[in-house]
Write a protein that binds this ligand. Structure first.
Ligand SMILES: [Zn+2]
Length: 343
């Protein structure tokens, strides 16, 4: 229902040219944008990240619409000052520490003078991560018939569409219960998929991360040790995931690390307990993947919302609508409708 409502507003505003009015009424003062991979060969990666063309279009759109792209630090400082007539701010973030941030995204970020944040789990540069999402992509890319035993499903996926559908179904199954990720290990072994080889192929190594951290536009934040869904762990394990990751990055990069992205960032992966633990572990900001803009005044700095950029064909239009306040308008309308129903 919510999706239908938001999409109706989205398409309506696009067709009627009302986007500037929506932006004035509903867009927040700032927006944090989530990216993962910036892919040169979007098709080869089964359209799972952001194509380089779409990434450039998102940066251009933000610049064209007057969003000032700043670091997270500067954004939060400006919001706390609550200045009249201040510009709107956009913060660019990348989760997981993919190598293509340096090799593909960085020249575009430099051209746009865009500061950016990279959230890195310890396991990526140390090559101990178990990136089940990359394992599944590799599996569906290679095989024309895939059996996922713990799910009890066989996929015939000899063409691109079949591979996309199969990958999406298994990914959704893991997201429904993050503990299922570990049950895929045997499947990867059966098909000869090496997660450590995928670590080496896709993620920045320690030297590359050190070099990126010295770039004047870059900031580095934590993303836990093993990219665990913290809410599924006992308190001491969750605390260790946060503290160990921060210490590791601070030692490697020889600078303070005070910013965090919760792995997955969904309500099933992080909540008030994780906000408390993040503060205890020494983080002063933490981002989720819950949708929303940032407003002036009292923000919960340990549960900041973000907008992701989709990988579907109308991703740019959805992105424009989200940062332009259409999502917020949908939420406001939904709230008003449910109030009327109750009264
Ligand atoms: Zn992540």
């Amino acid at each position: 229902m919510r999706e239908v409502l938001v999409n109706s507003i989205l398409y309506g505003t696009q067709w009627t040219g009302l986007m500037p009015i929506f932006r004035r009424l509903f867009a927040g003062r700032a927006v944090i944008v989530t990216f993962h991979e910036i892919q040169r060969d979007f098709q080869h990666e089964l359209m799972t990240g952001t194509s380089v063309e779409l990434f450039q279009q998102c940066l251009s759109l933000l610049q064209r619409q007057g969003w000032k792209i700043v670091s997270l630090d500067e954004c939060l400082r400006a919001l706390s000052q609550n200045e009249a007539n201040a510009p709107r701010y956009a913060v660019i973030t990348f989760d997981d520490g993919y190598r293509d941030i340096s090799s593909v995204a960085l020249p575009l970020l430099e051209q746009n003078r865009a500061p950016f944040m990279v959230y890195v789990p310890t396991g990526a540069p140390t090559r101990s991560l178990k990136p089940w999402w990359l394992g599944l992509r590799e599996l569906f890319r290679r095989a024309d018939h895939v059996t996922i035993d713990p799910m009890g499903v066989k996929f015939d996926c000899s063409d691109f569409f079949g591979k996309k559908v199969g990958l999406k179904a298994v990914t959704k199954w893991v997201h429904e219960d993050y503990r299922r990720a570990a049950s895929l290990d045997r499947t990867f072994q059966n098909y000869g998929i090496s997660l450590s080889a995928l670590n080496a192929a896709y993620f920045l190594d320690e030297r590359e991360l050190q070099a990126l951290s010295r770039h004047p536009l870059a900031s580095i934040g934590g993303h836990t040790t093993s990219h665990a869904a913290l809410a599924t762990l006992d308190p001491s394990s969750a605390r260790a995931e946060l503290e160990d990751n921060r210490k590791y990055l601070e030692t490697l990069l020889e600078r303070p690390v005070r910013d965090l992205a919760y792995p997955y960032g969904t309500p099933g992966a992080c909540g008030p307990r994780e906000e408390y633990l993040a503060g205890q572990a020494g983080f002063s900001t933490a981002v989720t993947t819950r949708k929303g803009c940032l407003a002036d005044g009292n923000l919960n700095r340990l549960a900041l919302p973000r907008f992701g950029v989709g990988c579907h064909l109308d991703a740019l239009m959805s992105f424009e609508a989200n940062v332009g306040g259409v999502y917020a308008a949908g939420q406001a309308l939904k709230g008003a409708v449910s109030l009327r129903h109750r009264s």
